[in-house]
Design a protein around this ligand. Structure first.
Ligand code: F6R
Length: 608
């Protein structure tokens, strides 16, 4: 995720900005830059790649003197990770520079308007519209220019702006992206993240949506959207640096679990416009989706399990046969696919070796590839015929959480989009399912809120060497991911089993030492799974059931129950995975495991 910092005071700004940017490195980034004002001079330096490269380019700050500046680490969204697309962006008249976190959703319309008014764009970013708007609205009063500019923006932003007419000031504004002001003596700061400030200031002001501020070395003035001064509370931070990086959470994994409502919103909200799904980032040829005869989903690990869970939605809504294939199998196998097969490739990192290899095989046979990827400009994103990004932001914990749920969200959007193109859903069903997709972030939040008992349950379920996850259909798909989460971070053997298969062998293993986590959100198959619960309980297993809020009948046949909000079965995996992620997290915590960096695992598997 992008990060921003700013400084104004009595010291040279550049070294402080570079230090601040280094503190933001943990969030993941692909390019970085700084802008420093020195009297009427504005110097902007940016590089793709590491901050070390930026430090080298500015001789650790010595090459750009000046007491006021802004800096940025970029995680590419609009446009590849290049020097030109890196921030800060500069106005055509060279007076202003802007850094931005977030996504300007209406940038395309604004860009067109600005081009028609004669503004020249250098980058492909959404951010560049902001600096040109400021130039357009500026007539000697920065406050007015900021008010007018932000009134034109839709989406999310934390902005930092410098102007050569007032070289000792910084302007910042916030809407739905974190922005914190740090107070010093004779110097002041801002950042998107407390980590970048903590070495300099522990007295901070949290900006709220719609507010903007003028920062100079001796004072900070915060304004409401109309420009009226508001009094803000000053908070004192007593976190240490490592807690600050994790936003106060014990682990990145927990932070990322909690971030899921926002990550899913970022993935779906910009793609739902006027009651329709618009996949602007994909240009399928006219008639393409209408004429395919089959879909193969291929990926590794959790990304593969996201495919397994979304398969039900795609099949049911589009009427197309969907085959799921592990990438490491597909690349060497003889699965049938041809030019009428759409291959959906799923990858958080976009760099997984087996997934890339499977993709290349498919392309050789003339199949088109649709990549669901989180990292802009990654190998898979570049190779694919079509790319639909998940906007999860960087995932730092090795075990994926928000990567998986945003993959599901993107796949559900695709399923409904393709169904409408293929005319396989009625208008009323389309509207109903679309409103369900829109409700997913709220449902995920409810699932998080309903998980209060998990830390206590984890104390009971952590004392085992082996456990089973069972479910049918969509519940089975979710159990695959639930079991993977459990085994990779807690090192407890966890096996997912289709509940209907138990009697065909696995039930021989069930006894009082092997708890069973039973997923029963699929309403149609509820009674069948309930019978399986009774069977495993009869063999001594403790059963923890995960079910929809209204299935109270489960309480009497299970030892423990975790409820999740009720949701249409085709989408239920995205909700029922939440307590399973938390269960894995708290079990691993109970057992003292290294949660963010489990043994033997790497975040990106770039070798076979
Ligand atoms: C599990 C996990 C892995 C990845 C797999 C694919 O928590 O993170 O199973 O899902 O290695 O990685 P990507 O999605 O980067 O291709």
């Amino acid at each position: 995720m992008c990060g921003i910092v700013g400084y104004t005071g009595m010291q040279d700004a550049a070294p402080i900005l570079l230090e601040g940017l280094k503190k933001l490195e943990y969030r993941g980034y692909d390019s970085a830059g700084i802008a420093v004002t020195d009297g009427g001079k504005l110097s902007v330096t940016k590089v793709s790649g590491r901050i070390a490269g930026l430090c080298e380019k500015v001789s650790n700050g010595n090459a750009c003197p000046g007491l006021t500046g802004i800096g940025h680490t970029r995680w590419a969204t609009h446009g590849a990770p290049t020097d030109t697309n890196a921030h800060p962006h500069r106005s055509n008249d060279g007076k202003f520079a802007v850094v931005h976190n977030g996504i300007i959703e209406n940038y395309a319309v604004l860009r067109q308007e600005l081009i028609e008014r004669g503004y020249k764009f250098e980058s492909e970013t959404d951010t560049e519209v902001v600096v040109h708007l400021i130039e357009m609205y500026y007539s000697g009063d920065m406050k007015k220019a900021i008010i007018k500019t932000v009134s034109r923006l839709r989406g999310s932003y934390a902005l930092g702006v410098v102007c050569t007419d007032c070289p000792d000031k910084i302007y910042v504004a916030r809407e739905q992206s974190p922005l914190i002001l740090g107070l010093g003596i004779g110097e002041n700061y801002f950042a998107s993240d407390i980590t970048a400030l903590i070495a300099y200031s522990r007295n901070v002001i949290y900006m709220d949506d719609g507010e903007f501020a003028e920062i100079s070395k001796d004072e900070i003035n915060v304004f409401n959207p109309q420009g009226k001064t508001i009094q803000k509370e000053i908070s004192h931070i007593n976190w240490d640096v490592s807690a600050a990086e994790k936003g106060g959470f014990d682990h990145f994994m927990l932070k990322e679990i909690i971030e899921q409502p926002n990550a899913v919103t970022a993935t779906i909200a910009p793609r739902i416009k006027n009651g329709h799904i618009e996949l602007d980032d994909i240009q399928f040829e006219e008639g393409y989706l209408e004429n395919i005869s089959k879909i193969i989903i291929t990926a590794c690990g959790s990304a593969y399990y996201a495919g397994c869970a979304a398969r039900y939605a795609i099949e049911q809504l589009t009427g197309l046969p969907v085959q799921t294939e592990l990438a490491s199998e597909l690349r060497y196998g003889n699965a049938f696919y041809d030019e009428k097969t759409l291959i959906i490739i799923i990858s958080q990192s976009g760099e997984t070796a087996d997934t890339i290899a499977a993709m290349k095989e498919c392309k050789k046979r003339g199949s088109k590839t649709l990549a669901i990827v989180n990292v802009v400009g990654s190998a898979i994103a570049k190779l694919a015929d079509y790319t639909l990004y998940t906007w999860a932001g960087p995932e730092i914990a090795v075990a994926t959480t928000k990567g998986y749920t945003t993959q599901l969200a993107a796949l559900f959007l695709f399923a409904l989009y393709a169904a409408q193109k293929r005319n396989t859903v009625s208008q009323s069903k389309y509207s109903l399912l679309l409103s369900t997709i829109k409700s997913l972030p709220g449902k995920i939040q409810e699932a998080l809120d309903m998980s209060q008992s998990i830390p206590k349950l984890a104390k009971k379920y952590c004392k085992t060497d082996s456990m089973f996850f069972i479910g049918r259909n969509t519940d089975y798909a979710a159990s695959l991911e639930g079991a993977l989460k459990m085994k990779e971070i807690s090192y407890i053997h966890a096996e997912a089993y289709a509940a209907g298969e138990l009697k065909h062998g696995t039930i021989a293993l069930i006894d009082e030492h092997k708890p069973v986590i039973a997923l029963c959100c699929n309403q149609t198959l509820l009674e069948k799974t309930m019978s399986n619960i009774i069977e495993v309980q009869a063999r001594g297993a403790d059963v923890l059931a995960v079910t929809s809020a209204d299935n109270q009948q489960i309480v009497s046949i299970s030892d423990d129950v975790l409820f999740v909000p009720k949701i249409d079965t085709v989408f239920s995996a995205i909700v029922e995975i939440i307590p399973l992620q938390l269960m894995a997290y708290y079990v691993a915590k109970e057992n003292g495991c290294d949660i963010d960096k489990p043994k033997n695992l790497a975040k990106s598997v770039t070798v076979e």
